[in-house]
Design a binder for this molecule. Sequence first.
Ligand SMILES: Cc1ncc(C[n+]2csc(CCOP(=O)(O)OP(=O)(O)O)c2C)c(N)n1
Ligand SMILES: [Mg+2]
Length: 466
Amino acid sequence: MAHKKRPAHHNRSKKTGKVPLAPATKVPKTPSPSEQADGSPKPANPKAARPARNGDDSAVSSLRCYNIPDYRLERPEFRIFMSGEGSNVEYRVEGDLSAAPPPIRESKYLSRERCIEIYRWMLLNRRMEVALENLYKQGKVVGGVYFGLGQEGCSCASAYALGPDDWLGPMIRNQGAMLVRGFAARDIMRQYMAKGDSPTWGRDASSHFGDWQRRNVCAPISMLGELIGVMAGVCLGARLQGKNVAGLTYIGDGGQSTGVAYESLNFAAVQKLGLVLIVENNLWGYSTPSDMQFCVKDLAERAIAYGIPGVIVDGTDPCQVYDATHEACERARRGEGPTLIEAKMMRMKGHAIHDAAQYVPAPLFEYWRARDPITRFENYLVNDKRWLTAEGNHKLIEDVERELEADRDAAVASPMPDPETDKTHQGVYCDPSCHSIKPKYGPIVAKPRETGATGSKPVEAAVHLK
Ligand SMILES: Cc1ncc(C[n+]2csc(CCOP(=O)(O)OP(=O)(O)O)c2C)c(N)n1
Ligand SMILES: [Mg+2]
């Protein structure tokens, strides 16, 4: 089988098995025999002088190495290949899929209570999506339904790392993040059923809603990659009001290939904005496997090109996701700029409810089913840490189910929108009386930053604009 070669910069400690979480920094190079301790060339010794292989060793002595911390406790080695032609095209997976699933990695930050809270959100996320699937089959959902099955740990634990002043920009699979940020399951179900009391009063039938007033949530944007620039703008807006906030958003392995994704990330990097970009590498973009989407081994490596930290986590491990997001948010709040986190996992259903995902090789589903984030986190809490008793766990699951059923019933009972309001397009377009957006954190303090690229630019920009 063809393995991708592991880059030399994976630097797990042999002793602890742990990888320090550090930015994608330049690693100081051990001086070569031709250098002094400060890196400058040693005075020439004519006797020892030997021609370099290509006649010039300056390229070798200026080699730079970068670090991409990798939190994972296992690094699966398999690839997806396409075979056949025309209508007989099929994918096959090659590699070792026999390994036992890894344990959950102990969090550096999460307490028992907070782990249990995240677990509860993950359960609610999954049960709500099961309820949505059933509502769809009953013909109550208007439009499609998108699932984050297998990705609940990533959605919930990342949003859980946000502080009250931070912002969330969820995408279609991040319904768990919406729950954590304060939307009730009934809001999301009403939205899917286009009910009159849904967050968009029945004007949109899937996930295009946010809350800029109370929950600091930017609505998803369907054009993949566009939300990244908007979230960078949110961070810039807060900065102009004297506050550095974290702006967490997500992009898939497919969506990250768009130009705007990296244009926006570069803007955030140059401006040192607190963007936290989670690349949800779930191995598929519609029916295209990520092995046919890009050639780098790890998407986190792309951070190097933008001069920002890149981190890899197991997206099915909520502790890893939380720790990496927490550290990225702290960095954002210190005004140190964006972080790219690649969360590796698997989309365990089709693109949306209409897609049976028959193109996905069955062994791949089996492999990732054994890495189910909820089952593994449950096992961690109940059996490894003994933070939850079997009865406590049972009660928690029952509570979630009860809450969910009440929410589903309320959402089903909600009225459809009043057709009269639709005739006048109320609530469709924004008008001057609709709302005015006021500074949230304080008056605008648009003074130029002291360091970095924006330091001397305002004057220049003013000249250009004349
Ligand atoms: C700019 C743009 N191109 C294409 C699409 C159509 N589209 C919607 S979802 C999708 C696949 C996205 O895959 P990925 O980014 O991996 O996210 P996932 O669905 O796996 O979460 C595509 C191509 C789009 N919405 N926007
Ligand atoms: Mg994908």
